[in-house]
Design a protein around this ligand. Structure first.
Ligand SMILES: Cc1cc2nc3c(=O)[nH]c(=O)nc-3n(C[C@H](O)[C@H](O)[C@H](O)COP(=O)(O)OP(=O)(O)OC[C@H]3O[C@@H](n4cnc5c(N)ncnc54)[C@H](O)[C@@H]3O)c2cc1C
Length: 405
């Protein structure tokens, strides 16, 4: 059913990414799992060189220009094999968004070709210890000094923090809601350092850590957009890239959970028959499949609307909410079906269960999604980023004629 959303090009791309993930990523998952707190730079570089970070970068800047549905398929396929590497890929696609949306022509020509070819990994650094969902509460500052700004502050949970080449850092340059400003900060800029990496529960192999800025001097020409555009840059990147990217991460993990559980229930015998034949287990397997199908439909539908240039912020928000909820519920049910075996760390389910927990917080927690959806319901939503930035959201993708209006 969800394949009806895909063109021949999408299906070919899916086969290509799937083959790559099986051949190149799968053999390295065990090593990443065995080394919490480390990240596989070589593997990240190899994935980046496939050009997939440039999925939504216009071919005029060297990108694939295949759109958000294609991007979803790429992330999903990688995450079926490694959530960490899918998270790595999406973090730099997210990092490219601010340049695509708000970069000057010179910034686009400088950065997008190297991002698209995979030699430059961009990031976006918004979150701080005292301001997660409350973006306007951030404390990092930027003070103008002639032709430079001096940036100081502390950014946390930055995707690709320790392997990124250019960070998109949002800081406060003046008071008020129009007081945030975004800058491109190259990783070797004096005054920028990385805090020692703190391992997390899952996504082993993905670096999402801390940036420390201490009077880090960046030229005014590195400002993205205008002074005061920082909140718009953070929000638009999060809605148009963060939400669909994390949707795709949870979708890939969800598929892997369902596949693994179906295999397990078919192979394991109890009372002389496969577990899958027990009515209670079969019922649970049906529920897994139902959740997965519904989740994929919301995911593909939302990004298809985005590719078609239609207003779809609520669809992107809802698909993130639905996918994360569904994948976490399925992970929990899959654990029940596996019983004690699910806890063994030499089996994939334990890793998938941990990895899927990492999809709740980024690009807005579930609470934030519900908050935004309530605003849609009440007619108090303030922005439709999909509409405002439609002219710089190139789809480039050919879609089948299935109506999704
Ligand atoms: C895998 C991963 C990758 C990430 N990548 C990046 C990145 O690349 N760049 C970056 O800047 N950040 C990144 N983050 C950080 C992420 O954006 C934050 O975790 C997120 O904004 C939530 O902030 P917080 O964790 O501080 O939670 P808080 O905002 O402190 O929330 C704590 C609790 O309060 C609830 N809450 C907060 N505000 C509200 C509200 N208004 N209404 C109702 N409930 C509310 C939340 O739902 C949550 O339950 C990443 C995080 C993860 C886990």
């Amino acid at each position: 059913m969800s394949d009806a959303y895909l063109s021949e090009e999408h299906i070919q791309l899916r086969a290509q990414v799937r083959a790559f993930a099986l051949a190149e990523i799968a053999p390295r998952v065990k090593a990443m799992e065995a080394a919490p707190g480390s990240f596989d730079r070589d593997l990240a570089a190899l994935i980046a060189r496939q050009g997939w970070i440039g999925a939504t970068i216009d071919p005029a800047y060297g990108g694939m220009g295949v759109g958000h549905l294609a991007k979803t398929i790429i992330i999903e396929e990688i995450c079926k094999i490694s959530g960490a590497m899918g998270a790595m890929l999406q973090a730099s696609q997210l990092g490219a968004a601010k340049i695509i949306h708000y970069g000057s022509e010179e910034q686009r020509r400088t950065w997008l070709p190297s991002i698209a070819e995979g030699s430059c990994l961009p990031t976006i650094a918004v979150t701080e210890p005292a301001s997660g969902g409350h973006v306007l509460g951030m404390q990092a500052t930027g003070r103008r000094r002639g032709k430079h700004y001096l940036l100081s502050g502390h950014k946390v949970f930055v995707g690709n923090s320790h392997i990124g080449h250019v960070h998109g850092v949002v800081v406060r340059t003046r008071p008020g809601s129009r007081g945030l400003t975004a800058f491109l900060v190259e990783a070797d800029t004096p005054g920028l350092s990385l805090a020692p990496y703190q391992p997390t529960m899952g996504l082993r192999g993905f670096s999402f850590g801390e940036l420390l800025l201490d009077n880090c001097s960046v030229p005014v020409t590195n400002m993205i957009g205008e002074e005061g555009d920082g909140l718009a840059i953070a929000y638009s990147s999060s809605i148009l890239y963060g939400r669909p990217n994390l949707t795709a991460v949870s979708l890939g993990l969800h598929q892997a959970i369902v596949d693994e559980t179906a295999r397990f229930a078919s192979e394991r015998t109890r009372f002389g028959a496969p577990l899958a034949e027990m009515p209670t287990i079969k019922h649970k397997l049906g529920a897994l499949q139902s959740r997965l199908m519904t989740a994929r439909l919301t995911a593909y539908h939302a990004v298809r609307l985005l590719d078609d240039g239609q207003p779809c912020d609520p669809d992107l928000i809802n698909s993130k909410y639905v996918n994360v909820q569904a994948a976490r519920e399925s992970a929990s049910e899959a654990m029940n079906i596996h019983a004690a075996v699910g806890l063994q760390t030499n089996r994939p389910l334990e890793r998938l269960f941990r990895d899927v927990q990492h999809t709740w917080a980024p690009a807005g927690t579930g609470d934030i999604q519900l908050h935004r959806l309530a605003e849609t319901l009440l007619g108090t939503s303030q922005n439709q980023w999909s509409q405002r930035l439609a002219s710089v959201t190139p789809s480039g993708a050919k879609h089948p004629s299935t109506s999704c209006a």
